[in-house]
Design a protein around this ligand. Structure first.
Ligand SMILES: [Fe+2]
Length: 338
C-alpha cells in the first residue's frame, strides 16, 4: 500500500458525519481517525499527532473553538479546519485569529471539504519548510560562530525576495514600509533597540503571505468574504513562522499590523493605545506605501490622495498621532516615495 497523502483527525459528535468524512477522505488517499469530542481529540493527538484536524464547533462538553487554542499550542505542526452549521462571522474571525487555517460551513459538499483539506495541507507544508529553513540558518550561525542576527537577516532577505517575486505588486514593499516605519519611530522618540525591533517587524510584517494563495492575492476584482479571510490569515501565519527566531515585541507587532485603531478589525481583541505602538506605526506606513503603489484592483494614488486617505481614516483605522507624523514626513521627504 502506498504512503497516505496525510493524516487527518475528524472531530465531530455526529457519528454519521465522522463516517462520511472518514470514508471519503480515505478514498482520496488520506489516513483518517475519528474523535467524538475535544478531550478525546487531544488524547488521540497526544498519542499520534495528525497533519490536520477537522474540528466541529458545536459539540457537547468543550466547544470546538474552546479546544482550538489547546491544539494550536500543544501541536504547532497540526493544521486545523473548523466546521460549523452556523456561519457567525465573529466566531469565524475569532477562530482564524486563534490559529485555525480555514472554516467550512455545514451541511457541506464533500468536494468543498476536499478543497479546504488540500489547500490547508499545502499551506501547512510551506509553513513547515520555511521554519525548517530558518532553523537551519540559526544552526549554521551557531556552527560557524557567526552573529545569529546576520545569518537570520540573510535568510529573511531571501525569504522576502521569494515572497515578493511571486507577487509583482509588492516588489520592494517590505523595505519601503520598514524605511517609513523607522522614520516615524524616530519622530516618536523610540530608542535604538526599539527602532531595531520595529525595523525587523516592518520587514517581516507580511511574511505570512508566503502561505496565501497567489491567485487570491492577485485577484483584480473585489474579494469575497472568504477570500478576504483567507488573505488575513497571513497576520496569524507570519508570527507563527518567525516566533522561534525573533523577540516577543517583534511577534506582537506583526500579529497586530492589521488592527484598526477603533477596534473594529476582523476578530480584533484590543483597540487604541492597547495595540502595540510598533503595530500602529506599521499599519500607517503599510497603508501609505500600498496606496502609492499599483495594486491588482486599482492604479497607484498620488501622494496627495494618499495623504487625504490617511487623514480621512485617522482616528478610525489609524492612530491619529501616528497618521499626522506620517503625513508630516511624506510631505517633506521625497525619499519615502521611491
Ligand atoms: Fe499585511
Amino acid at each position: 500500500m502506498s504512503e497516505p497523502k496525510g493524516t487527518i483527525l475528524v472531530v465531530d459528535d455526529e457519528e454519521a458525519i465522522r463516517c462520511i468524512l472518514n470514508k471519503g477522505l480515505a478514498m482520496r488517499g488520506y489516513a483518517c481517525d475519528e474523535a467524538e469530542n475535544g478531550e478525546q481529540a487531544l488524547e488521540k493527538l497526544e498519542k499520534k499527532p495528525s497533519d490536520l484536524v477537522i474540528l466541529d464547533i458545536n459539540m457537547p462538553g468543550r466547544q470546538g473553538n474552546e479546544v482550538l487554542p489547546d491544539i494550536i499550542n500543544r501541536f504547532p505542526e497540526t493544521a486545523v479546519v473548523m466546521a460549523s452549521g452556523i456561519a457567525d462571522p465573529l466566531m469565524i474571525a475569532q477562530c482564524i485569529r486563534d490559529g485555525a487555517h480555514d472554516y467550512i460551513k455545514k451541511p457541506f459538499r464533500f468536494e468543498q471539504v476536499l478543497q479546504s483539506v488540500n489547500g490547508t495541507l499545502d499551506k501547512r507544508q510551506i509553513e513547515i519548510e520555511v521554519q525548517r529553513y530558518l532553523r537551519d540558518a540559526k544552526r549554521e550561525a551557531e556552527r560557524t560562530n557567526t552573529d545569529p542576527r546576520k545569518i537570520f537577516a540573510e535568510a529573511i532577505e531571501s525569504l522576502i525576495n521569494a515572497l515578493e517575486s511571486t507577487d509583482a505588486y509588492i516588489k520592494g514593499h517590505s523595505r519601503r514600509v520598514a524605511a517609513l516605519s523607522v522614520e516615524i519611530g524616530r519622530h516618536v522618540g523610540l530608542s535604538p533597540e526599539e527602532l531595531e525591533d520595529l525595523r525587523w517587524a516592518a520587514l517581516l510584517h507580511d511574511v505570512g503571505r508566503i502561505a496565501v494563495d497567489p491567485e487570491i492575492l492577485n485577484k483584480p476584482g473585489e474579494l469575497t468574504a472568504s477570500e478576504y479571510r483567507h488573505i488575513m490569515t497571513h497576520a496569524v501565519i507570519g508570527p507563527r513562522l518567525v516566533r522561534p527566531f525573533v523577540n516577543d515585541s517583534v511577534v506582537r507587532m506583526i500579529s497586530h499590523h492589521h488592527d484598526r485603531y477603533d477596534g473594529s478589525g476582523l476578530g480584533q481583541k484590543v483597540r487604541g493605545k492597547d495595540i502595540p505602538l510598533g503595530a500602529r506605526i506599521i499599519a500607517v506606513a503599510d497603508a501609505y506605501q500600498a496606496m502609492i503603489s499599483d495594486r491588482p484592483y486599482r492604479p497607484a494614488m498620488s501622494k496627495g490622495e494618499a495623504v487625504n486617505e490617511l487623514m480621512w481614516y485617522s482616528g478610525s483605522q489609524f492612530d491619529p498621532i501616528i497618521a499626522n507624523i506620517c503625513v508630516g514626513i511624506v510631505q517633506t521627504c521625497t525619499r519615502m516615495d521611491a
